[in-house]
Design a protein around this ligand. Structure first.
Ligand code: DGJ
Length: 736
């Protein structure tokens, strides 16, 4: 069999390259879409279909077959006319025909901005006025690719869409190892890796909203063997969708892997009216031949450049009151906490749940008041403006908690508008955390939720921060607003309406910073994160649990977005709680007014250290995961500044046992770094061990000494720690 081999040139410079197909008997056209290291190669067959030839390494030769590829290589395989694998698109046309055929019509590429190009490939059904446009956005500097589709038709009636994957590329490797990030309340983003075998593996969520609670819509795929932090071929994906999602991995009978990602089709058929356009959410891809660490750094750089709000701004050091007070506080208690915040150097006080609701609907517990966003006259008689000013008087900023999407049945709002909730008719309503979800597909609810935000923030310009919470998921996806044939649109339309609301919030209040939260971390997706500065990864703030949770999220989200607060959860030693929080967007959530003077001193020292030396590295540094808590009794990670002049290293003992040397990464081999262990509080014992082990001076032999980057990356830092709950933070500074 004669093979045509085409070499690709100029790939890093040229996002789109077509090459001659004249002499090929089966290809009408061949073209590439490239983004830095990542390339998608296409062939338009003489049958008119769009086939994918390769997805991955930009420098790899692509072989164009002489025989027409099998349908398993169709880029967006539609259901019902010859496709045997899981379809990417399934529609029933107005005449009842359940099949779709998609033929290539054209493609075009445009420059959207510096280093960003967008290719649109148009496909059309030859028998119906039904078409699909595939959008591929390339971010050259980070080698990231973003793919989504639009579906539209001009048939005389409604086309029903049953499946509408955002993308469905095919991979060809010897084997595939999938890493998913399993969740659930207080144990979010737990890594689980497995080898894929023939058949379909589905990772999904059917929760509708707060849909990422059991699993985030992101994955890693190691190709051709195991990948580690520094080695191995990896493709990673992250779906920009806060709603129910499906990631399906189908290894076919020829050991090809198709990865379908998109909105979960379960219960979500969409009746598309003539002339309307259905837009799928986008999926982000990163590719690397240098392991999982490189993948994470690509995601982080992309996020800082395009994916999150105000990446260049430092996230403030917060004092949050949830763990300290829950819903029980008054002005005096808050002022005491403001004083504490000021004393330790916190920059902002975040007033959590409980500040609203009056009379019998006072928000004194989680059964009452959600929906009644009037300030509590019992707890805050002088209003929000007064209490915010009291914080400001102490040079502490003021932020507030909101949960605009929810209502307690015990509320005035519910009494007035019981029809506003998401529920199934003729069924007993199922509550979650004693609350119901407002139906955001309803225009009055859209307006109401905007007003919750607007009426809280507009008259109170001293509020400079919002924590946007969401404490339940959907169990009965029904709407009293949507027509019977549109009931299955609910969870899709809800999430697009939610993004519009978030967008309105971000645009309406550009100076208000925002934390995304959903009962811990039930909503962590890049569709939402573009409107937020950080997110709350978990209500589990026991440092031992948090190490793995933050580790999991770090695969896709930069440290600046991962809120990490010092609390008393788990009753660990304060040093360990501080050391773990110092590796994220640092904050404190404990009753400072009840802390001992020594504890306040310890916290103040940590805040100072963070602001002066660590925060710039957390905000903008490159992450290197050094020792995995999944493999060793130790977790270790570091952030290195872009110029490689400074770095911070964290070492946490998650269990007893010693890792003798921590090998660093990402340093300049030729530079000399001074090693300084920091956050060394005096006289700290280990909890439950009865010892009064003094943590100062440093037990690290390297402390105070100079080493070259090469030494630190090959011999490493000798690690004296060996007992569970011990931890260390080490700064590296270049000296010439
Ligand atoms: C769940 C969040 O995860 C907590 O941090 C806190 O804000 C509570 N909700 C308040 O109800």
């Amino acid at each position: 069999m004669k093979k045509y081999i085409y070499l690709f040139f100029l790939l890093s410079l040229c996002p789109l390259l077509a090459w001659a197909a004249d002499d090929n008997p089966i290809a009408k056209q061949l073209f590439n879409v490239t983004s830095g290291d990542l390339k998608l190669s296409f062939m338009v067959g003489t049958d008119g279909r769009l086939y994918q030839l390769a997805f991955g390494d930009v420098s790899k030769e692509v072989t164009v077959p002489v025989k027409m590829p099998s349908r398993e290589w169709e880029f967006l395989p539609p259901y019902g006319n010859g496709v045997l694998t899981e379809p990417a698109l399934q529609a029933t046309h107005v005449d009842g025909n359940t099949s779709t055929e998609l033929l290539y019509t054209n493609h075009k590429t445009e420059q959207l901005g510096d280093g960003i190009t967008q290719t649109v490939i148009s496909l059309k059904d030859p028998a119906y006025p039904f078409s699909v446009d595939i959008y591929i956005k390339c971010y050259e500097s980070t080698s990231m690719m973003e793919i989504w589709n639009t579906i539209t038709h001009n048939e005389k009636g409604k086309v029903i869409l049953y499946r509408y994957a955002s993308a469905s590329p095919v991979l060809k490797a010897k084997n595939y190892r999938l890493t998913q990030f399993i969740g659930n309340y207080k144990r979010e983003a737990t890594l689980a890796e497995e080898e894929l075998t023939t058949g379909i593996k589905v990772l999904d969520s059917k929760l509708g909203i707060r849909a990422n609670q059991m699993r985030i819509p992101s994955f890693l795929l190691s190709l051709n063997g195991e990948a580690d932090e520094n080695k191995g071929e990896v493709l990673a994906g992250s779906l920009k969708w806060a709603g129910s999602f499906q990631l399906a991995f189908e290894v076919d009978w020829n050991n090809n892997l198709r990865v379908l990602a998109g909105i979960n089709p379960v219960g979500s058929q969409y009746h598309l009216e003539r002339g309307d356009t259905f837009i799928t959410p986008a999926i982000l891809y990163a590719y690397s031949k240098q392991g999982k660490g490189d993948i994470s750094r690509k995601f982080h750089r992309w996020a800082r450049a395009y994916g999150i709000r105000d990446a260049e701004k430092d996230r403030p050091v917060l004092l949050n009151n949830w763990e300290a007070t829950h819903c029980t506080f008054d002005e005096e208690r808050l002022k005491g906490l403001f004083d504490g915040a000021r004393q330790i150097g916190a920059e902002l006080f975040l007033l959590d749940d409980g500040w609203f609701g009056n009379g019998s609907y006072s928000r004194d517990d989680d059964k009452h008041g959600l929906g009644d966003w009037e300030v509590s006259t019992k707890k805050l008689p002088r209003g929000l403006s007064y209490i915010a000013k009291e914080a400001l008087k102490r040079k502490v900023g003021f932020g507030i908690w909101l949960e605009p999407e929810m209502v307690n049945p015990q509320s005035e709002l519910y009494n007035k508008h019981p029809e506003w909730i998401i529920t199934q008719q003729k069924r007993e309503p199922i509550l979650g955390r004693h609350q119901e979800i407002l139906d955001l597909t309803r225009p009055e609810v859209q307006q109401y939720e905007w007003e919750v935000i607007d009426k809280t923030l507009r008259p109170n310009p001293d509020i400079s921060y919002v924590k946007w919470d969401c404490n339940r998921y959907v169990t009965q996806p029904g709407s009293t607003y949507l027509q019977p044939d549109k009931q299955s649109h609910l969870l899709i339309d809800y999430n697009w309406a939610l993004y519009r609301l978030m967008d309105r919030f971000a645009k309406g209040f550009p100076d208000v910073m925002a934390m995304l939260c959903a009962g811990g971390s039930g909503r962590v997706d890049y569709g939402s994160m573009q409107y937020f500065h950080s997110f709350w990864p978990s209500d589990n703030t026991d440092p031992l649990g948090r190490i793995k949770i933050q580790w999991g999220f770090s695969h896709f989200f930069p440290a600046s977005t991962i809120s990490a607060h010092v609390t008393r959860m788990g009753k660990r030693h304060l040093k360990m709680a501080i050391d773990v929080a110092l590796s994220g967007s640092f904050g404190i959530d404990l009753a400072l007014d009840k802390a001992t003077p020594e504890e306040r001193e310890q916290l103040a020292a940590a805040v100072k250290l963070y602001k002066e030396s660590i925060r710039p590295l957390v905000m903008q540094g490159d992450l290197y995961r050094l020792v995995s808590p999944y493999e060793q009794p130790v977790a270790s990670l570091s952030y290195v500044s872009e110029d490689k002049e400074r770095a911070v290293v964290y070492i946490y003992q998650t269990e007893d046992g010693n890792v003798p040397a921590i090998l660093l990464n990402g340093l300049d081999a030729n530079k000399r770094y001074r090693i300084t262990e920091v956050n060394l509080p005096k006289g700290q014992g280990l909890p439950g061990r009865g010892s009064a082990l003094r943590m100062a001076p440093s037990r690290f032999a390297a402390h105070g000494k100079l080493f070259t980057g090469a030494e630190l990356m090959t011999t490493g830092i000798a690690n004296p720690l060996s007992n569970q709950f011990e931890s260390a933070v080490i700064l590296l500074t270049v000296e010439n």
